[in-house]
Design a protein around this ligand. Structure first.
Ligand code: NAP
Length: 350
């Protein structure tokens, strides 16, 4: 049996860090060998330092592992980063410079011209940017690859097949975002019980700018952004996991509800062709019941790795509208990063 790729996790005790540990338990290619968090957690065991919030038990192998601070060296071949954006930028650069491939969840480098904002079903060819990044930054072995914001990735998976078939002109989206998206302890209970908060700092800007880079074309060593506009209104709601989004779109070509559903259901990409371990069999699942998707009932379909779409219908102002759901800490964070790493390994970048 070939040896597994050794993985370190930066921000291992957080909401996303815990998902990494849960999803990497018994992973066929990766083995967690190092964990890092803040100075508060330094030298403590994972079981002591982490307030575990997932419904499955903390795996035994991780309980006694010791936490270090987020500095090189780390005893691993690659690092997954789920650090707060206040420090992720500089830390990730220091790891890449020291020779580690950094697969990041944080927003700091997503929009950098030489950093892939990777959704392997949509833009696997954007990994070509890694060579340009390494040359530009004089990094020999290390590099940074990012996954999108948790709201964006669910939206981008639904938009990609539609854009490919009919061309998107404009997108309006209103989101209802889960509490786990704010990390732990996150939003105070008295702010969110019996309530909706119509503001998530920085979120609308990310949802309005990341999709165009994700759906952009890799040409002449750079990404030419897709030319549609997105208008987003983001809300925090009293749901534990799963972001719901009400989407309205204007298209360049005429089509029908049936054709829209068909292109979304038939959407396949590189992870499905390569049969990557975390790839959903269907990256977009369309539900036909008129009261779905719902976060509690549908977020775990395809193990949380797909966008779940429902209520596809014509719109009376733009062209079409639908509701979608994405699991924010799985496809929106840790699962996305793991799928990115699986693609990078399959393509010889790890
Ligand atoms: P979180 O629950 O607050 O966890 C933060 C992690 O970072 C913890 O491990 C914490 O360690 C560590 N940390 C905090 N301050 C640090 C410091 N000064 N130095 C080193 N480590 C430090 O946050 P999260 O929800 O997991 O989010 C992590 C990142 O992923 C953020 O950039 C977020 O925007 C992004 N993200 C989150 C989601 C989501 O759905 N939650 C989705 C996509 C992207 P201690 O335990 O030692 O404090």
């Amino acid at each position: 049996m070939s040896k597994k790729i050794r993985v370190g996790i930066l921000g291992a005790t957080g909401m996303v860090g815990q998902r990494f540990i849960q999803l990497l338990d018994n992973h066929p290619e990766f083995e967690v060998t190092a964990l890092a968090a803040s100075e508060r957690s330094e030298a403590r065991s994972f079981a002591e330092a982490c307030s575990w919030k997932l419904p499955t038990p903390m795996p035994n192998w991780v309980r006694g592992m010791s936490l270090q601070t987020c500095q090189t060296p780390m005893d691993c071949d690659i690092v997954f980063s789920s650090l707060p954006s206040s420090m992720a930028g500089a830390v990730e650069e220091s790891f890449a410079q020291a020779g580690y491939p950094v697969i990041s969840n944080s927003s700091n480098h997503r929009m950098s011209v030489d950093v892939p904002l990777l959704v392997p079903e949509i833009n696997a060819e954007h990994i070509e940017l890694i060579k340009i990044q390494q040359k530009r930054r004089e990094w020999k072995k290390g590099y940074i690859v990012t996954n999108p914001n948790c709201t964006t990735v669910a939206l981008a998976l639904a938009l990609a097949p539609i854009n490919q078939a009919f061309g998107i002109e404009a997108v309006m989206v209103s989101t209802m975002q889960a509490l786990s998206g704010a990390g732990y302890p996150g939003v105070a209970s008295l702010d969110i019980i019996d309530n909706v908060v119509p503001f998530i700092d920085g979120e609308e800007k990310k949802v309005e700018s990341e999709p165009q880079k994700i759906l952009g074309q890799f040409e002449n060593g750079m990404i030419k952004a897709a030319d549609f506009r997105v208008s987003a209104q983001c809300h925090r709601v009293n749901v534990s996991d799963g972001h719901t989004e009400a989407v309205t779109i204007k298209l360049k070509k005429k089509t029908s509800v049936a054709e829209l559903i068909e292109v979304m259901e038939n959407f396949q990409g590189e992870p499905q062709r390569l049969k990557l371990a975390s790839a959903p069999s269907h990256p977009v699942v369309v539900l036909k019941e008129n009261n779905r998707p719902q976060p509690r009932l549908d977020r775990d379909l395809e193990k949380g790795m797909a966008t779940i779409v429902g209520r596809v219908r014509e719109d009376i102002i733009l062209d079409f509208r639908f509701t979608l759901l994405g699991h924010n800490t799985i496809r929106g964070a840790a699962g996305a990063a793991i799928l990115n790493a699986e693609l990078l390994a399959a393509k010889g970048y790890i």
